[in-house]
Design a protein around this ligand. Structure first.
Ligand SMILES: *Cc1c(COP(=O)(O)O)cnc(C)c1O
Length: 389
């Protein structure tokens, strides 16, 4: 069997499935000339919100800005603490210092790799006792595509009066008890980076929310703090209010071309999640008892942004797999709190043993909706061969 061609994530197979529709969508956007904020942007925002049962959607330039926008909108600032995992992509924590607030790193659960609610509450108590920072918000991550324990995390946020962001850059489309994370979070963010499960052909991101006030302020912030409806109500202006800037914002828009592409991709996304789950189920069945296979939270459905196994000698396996033509990746080898720019921020319980262990043991196998059984079997056999020694 051909083994030189195995893709970690196969974007070409999806492009073939969508075929002419994608090309037409791109050319439609190009020919319209409305490269910024064309009609496809609003249409996509509406459909994205509908997809996850949220009232509103707001697109932006990338999944990082999507987490920054709500923090900025809530006025998170110096002296505030924002709790987040350390075993995640840097962007989750990076946006917090942008606001001059401090991330506080919280350990994850050993089975799901998502934020441990018990450790979260302990970290909040620790920050309150230290008395230097004011707890303000929590960023829960749907790591590798599966939902965090939102019912428990929401209850803690309510107890301490904290806002909750679901960083669903990887997990957008995942559900818990049949509900998307926005059921519990104040807002849920998405990244459309090409390798994410719902990727575009460049950078893109979005926030969905049920809160109309949050939506309006984020809408203002993404275009340089422009005046929005509530800023103008009951006031008279001599000049065009288009250039009235009422807060310090940024430039973070989704391109019309990307929105047009995403409209097509969203059409098949639910089906792709089903296909991803079939691939994951086959991996689980074949690899159970051979390596530590992924555990999904009870009543949760992952979108399998990654299919991540654990093995003590994962670096050796990565080298072995490569010789067999099987690409792998280890996300993330260095937890954020060990990275130089983040070393001085508080760490819940002062160390994160589960995050540290996971960082050393995880390795992800090729995963995408179009992974054929024959190719998957080859990958499975490569794992088995390695484990036999
Ligand atoms: C990819 C990712 C982001 C950032 O998304 P970009 O679109 O690359 O800015 C944020 N959080 C997590 C968990 C991610 O995986």
């Amino acid at each position: 069997m051909a083994n030189s061609n195995i893709q970690f994530i196969d974007l070409k197979a999806q492009r073939e499935r969508l075929g002419q529709k994608i090309d037409d969508a791109i050319m439609g956007a190009v020919n319209s000339g409305a490269f910024i904020m064309g009609s496809q942007v609003k249409e996509f925002e509406k459909k994205l919100a509908d997809f996850c049962g949220a009232k509103y959607g707001l697109s932006c330039a990338n999944g990082t800005d999507a987490i920054a926008l709500p923090l900025m909108a809530w006025g998170v600032a110096e002296g505030d603490a924002v709790f987040c995992p350390s075993f995640t992509f840097a962007a989750t924590a990076e946006v917090v210092p942008w606001t001059n607030a401090s991330p506080v790193f919280v350990d994850v659960l050993a089975d799901t790799f998502n934020m441990n609610p018990i450790r979260l509450e302990q970290a909040i108590e620790q920050i309150l006792i230290e008395g230097k920072l004011k707890p303000k918000a929590v960023i829960a991550v749907d790591l590798f595509g599966q939902p965090a324990d939102y019912p428990k995390i929401r209850a803690i946020c309510d107890k301490y009066g904290l806002k909750l962001i679901s960083d669903s850059a990887q997990g957008f489309g995942c559900t818990l008890n049949g509900k998307h994370p926005i059921e519990w979070a104040d807002c849920q963010t998405a990244s459309f980076f090409p390798a994410k499960p719902l990727g575009c052909y460049g950078d893109g991101g979005a926030v969905v929310t049920n809160d109309p006030i949050l939506l309006e302020i984020m809408d203002s912030l993404r275009v340089h703090g422009k005046a929005v409806k509530s800023d103008l109500e009951g006031r008279a202006f001599e000049h065009d209010t288009k250039y009235l800037n009422v807060r310090i914002g940024m430039n973070s828009r989704l391109d019309t071309i990307q929105a047009a592409i995403l409209l097509e991709k969203l059409e098949i996304y639910a089906d792709e999640i089903v296909k991803r789950n079939k691939v994951a189920a086959r991996y689980n069945e074949a690899l159970n008892g051979i390596v530590k296979t992924p555990v999904v939270i009870e009543n949760g459905i992952s979108n399998w942004a990654q299919y991540t196994i654990e093995m003590p000698n994962r670096d050796e396996f990565a080298v072995f797999a490569k010789t067999k033509g099987v690409p792998t990746a280890s996300y993330y080898p260095i937890p954020i709190h060990h990275q130089a720019p983040y070393k001085n921020f508080p760490v819940g319980g002062n160390f994160l043993p589960v995050s540290d262990a996971a960082a050393n043991n995880v390795i992800s196998l090729p995963m995408h909706p179009y992974l054929e059984e024959e190719t998957q079997d080859y990958i499975i056999n490569t794992v088995k061969e390695f484990c036999k020694g």
